[in-house]
Design a protein around this ligand. Sequence first.
Ligand SMILES: *[C@@H]1O[C@H](CO)[C@@H](O)[C@H](O)[C@H]1NC(C)=O
Ligand SMILES: *[C@@H]1O[C@H](CO)[C@@H](O)[C@H](O)[C@H]1NC(C)=O
Ligand SMILES: *[C@@H]1O[C@H](CO)[C@@H](O)[C@H](O)[C@H]1NC(C)=O
Length: 504
Amino acid sequence: MDSHENQRPLNEPETNQTLSFTSKLKKAFAFYILPLLILFLAISLTLNNTNYYKTQLLKHTFSSNPNLFQTIFALLSPTQQKPRIKQSPKPISKPPYCVLWMAPFLSGGGYSSESWSYILALHEHIKNSSFKLAIDHHGDLESVEFWEGLPGPTKNLAVELYNTECTMSNKTLVICHSEPGAWYPPLFETSPCPPGVYQNFKAVIGRTMFETDRVNSEHVKRCNRMDYVWVPTEFHVSTFVESGVDPSKVVKIVQPIDVKFFDPLEYKPLNLHSVESLVIGGPTRRPKSNSEFVFLSVFKWEYRKGWDVLLKAYLEEFSGVDGVALYLLTNPYHTDSDFGNKIVEFVENSGLEKPVTGWAPVYVIDSHIDQIDLPRLYKAADAFVLPSRGEGWGRPIVEAMAMSLPVIATNWSGPTEYMTEENSYPLPPERMSEVTEGPFRGHLWAEPSVGKLRVLMRRVMNNIEEAKARGKKAREDMIRKYSPDIVANILTDHIQKILEKSDE
Ligand SMILES: *[C@@H]1O[C@H](CO)[C@@H](O)[C@H](O)[C@H]1NC(C)=O
Ligand SMILES: *[C@@H]1O[C@H](CO)[C@@H](O)[C@H](O)[C@H]1NC(C)=O
Ligand SMILES: *[C@@H]1O[C@H](CO)[C@@H](O)[C@H](O)[C@H]1NC(C)=O
């Protein structure tokens, strides 16, 4: 590790431990009936004191800013609290090592869903390995709505892994899964990752990615402070190394997709009419069929996602008599959520001419879709389209592919890792363009072509058999290359190798 300047020691253990322990007792008193409290005390007292302090020290670091995890777990029903008590003595026995995965588990954003995909994959896979898994929230704001929409088993697992304790020692490997600006010392307020000095652990790994052609110098510096930097694609390996990240630290670990959860055979389509708002155009029907051909796009409302390109291509190519519909599931990104008006405004200012047969309809899905309902949303679509300018991995793209949908997405950055002419419709970028706003001004990303997108959208709609075949191949490729057990194998191999390395 190079830079020491910014590292500060943890808070003094003794006083804080007492505090943390007392407040724990108070909480317990508030939530459990007396026998349970006695059980809790009995177990706590049987704990080896040294180990207890060590594990509590680490836990306390997490607790310095109460986060949603803590709030949620304080409010959970006693049935979910019980395992916590019973499990606390266990970690002292085997397995000997601990992997602490810190990520924005509760934010519901891109890093959030991908961190869950790793955790769920690993959890299934490490039953018999030399390390246990612990998690904590870090790196982004928390969303209660997202937590509430998680499947029950995922919530239970979150509780279990959050309550698993790692020691601050060479037995613990820390993974900071977030944008480098969140790594210690963070550039914004978030729980510290790693929790304490970098050298206190067996290794500290930064797991990150980026959406432009380079990594800025601040982030390069932060990457090089890590022992390893995990990135999901070849695109990132080359852009990170070209930007100055130490090549010996950069490791490609692809991202898993839960092909059992995203399995088209398991779901009935969501009734789109129950969640949509019509923004422009009117409902249309395909001739000979009773329904419209549904294009779906899922994205955060930001320029990078190319929603402008999508609207232009769709509205130029189709009109009110084509029997198509475009559904946008979008959420705010530093904006308000009045997407309907934003779209109308965009169309008015775009110089697009309204077809004589009327606009092809555009719908915004403006009610919150729980994670658990996402597969049904994909199931309700005939094709997925996302002409974005740059992607880290592109989770909605692989989710759609796992759901056997034909996918049209820009063939640049992260998605080049998994998109082929056989399993999707790669949209070639027209040229590179400069990022003009925000902290990454001056970087380059791809400019997708409106004309080529029109051609591909029309092609998917007119060649249903070809589109279905590509969708089928998409699911096969997702299962073969990115299913949780395959990625978990890759992950555990890397983790095992690091753990087995002797300390210098
Ligand atoms: C667990 O691992 C040990 C040694 O690596 C092996 O001997 C044993 O068969 C494994 N058990 C299971 C259930 O996989
Ligand atoms: C997609 O991009 C990759 C990487 O630039 C390239 O190798 C591949 O040929 C492209 N595929 C298509 C279908 O254009
Ligand atoms: C971990 O550190 C201890 C001393 O703190 C040392 O005795 C031990 O050998 C180290 N373990 C490994 C696996 O390097």
